[in-house]
Design a protein around this ligand. Structure first.
Ligand code: SF4
Length: 292
């Protein structure tokens, strides 16, 4: 497995459970950095959400350095991020559609800065806080864990680990695990406490037209359960990566054809077949050579 280094992130886990073949082609057979950066199959809506988040992170970093942005600077930065994301994705988005996406993002951005946590940060309620880089991993139990919070602040007794959820979907098992994984990540992080009881969790998520902040304490037991679940995921991924080195025919395909619609490996994987036809071909080839 020359290209595979065990690692875990929520995105990776979600893909692995949706389609092991897509996971192998993204994380176990290719350069991981380029896979992370690929925007080609991201929808316009998600490009808008990514641009919004990038702008919020830039604004928080400026605030951390003592610089408060005006609304016009924030809106200019948002526009630039959206332009860049569209360009990197190789999309042709008409000006009317682009302006509509910007309006959605501007509305959410305005409301974001009115959430209690952001008002308190801007007001200087928490002298100790930092913006963290979501692409930085920590090494845990032999794998790289990508589960950084977006920000962490000290409220006088505990460190609050905050995740921004731009998607607005109902909380899934993967999201609950990701939230607890922030504690596993933080326990390893230099400069943060290595005791579960010193943490508190917050998610600021877009839900039905408003930003909702969910807060909850953390127990040592649930962090241990999360750590065990992540280790199981990593073990299953490692077995799958190892199997793929012998033959891709032994790696499972997606269960749901809907997963194939936006898959960046669709041409290579299905090669003009339907998912059902591909599955039959795989079964026929199981005892023969790799079909890639
Ligand atoms: S096309 Fe479908 S089966 Fe093939 S890798 Fe993508 S999601 Fe998986």
């Amino acid at each position: 497995m020359p290209h595979y280094c065990p690692s875990w992130s929520r995105t990776q886990r979600d893909l692995f459970f949706k389609c092991p073949t897509s996971w192998v082609l993204t994380y176990a057979k290719h350069d991981r950095q380029s896979s992370f950066k690929s925007l080609h199959t991201v929808s316009e809506w998600n490009l808008m959400l990514r641009s919004l988040k990038a702008t919020i992170v830039d604004q928080l970093e400026a605030l951390r350095s003592g610089i408060e942005w005006s609304e016009s600077v924030a809106q200019f930065t948002l526009r630039q991020h959206l332009k860049n994301h569209i360009r990197l994705a190789g999309r042709m988005v008409g000006s009317v559609r682009a302006e509509a996406l910007l309006l959605f993002a501007q509305h959410r951005m305005r409301l974001f800065w009115r959430t209690d946590v952001m008002v308190e940060l801007v007001g200087g309620t928490y002298p100790q806080w930092s913006v963290l880089d979501r692409t930085e991993s920590e090494h845990v139990d032999g794998y790289d864990l990508y589960a950084s919070p977006d920000i962490a602040y000290f409220n006088g007794s505990k460190w609050c680990l905050v995740r921004f959820d731009m998607q607005g979907a109902d909380e899934s098992e993967g999201e609950r695990l990701e939230t607890l994984a922030m504690v596993v990540w933080s326990l390893q992080r230099q400069g943060l406490p290595n005791l579960e009881s010193k943490y508190h969790l917050q998610t600021i998520g877009w839900r039905k037209g408003a930003w909702i902040t969910l807060s909850r304490p953390v127990t040592e037991q649930e962090v241990q359960v999360a750590r065990d679940l992540i280790a199981k995921d990593v073990a299953a991924m490692s077995v799958c990566a190892e199997a793929s080195t012998r033959s891709m025919a032994g790696v499972a395909l997606a269960n749901d054809p809907a997963e194939c619609l936006d898959c960046k490996h669709k041409v290579r994987c299905l090669n003009g077949n339907t998912l059902e036809q591909k599955k039959r071909l795989r079964v026929a080839k199981l005892c023969s050579e790799d079909d890639y």
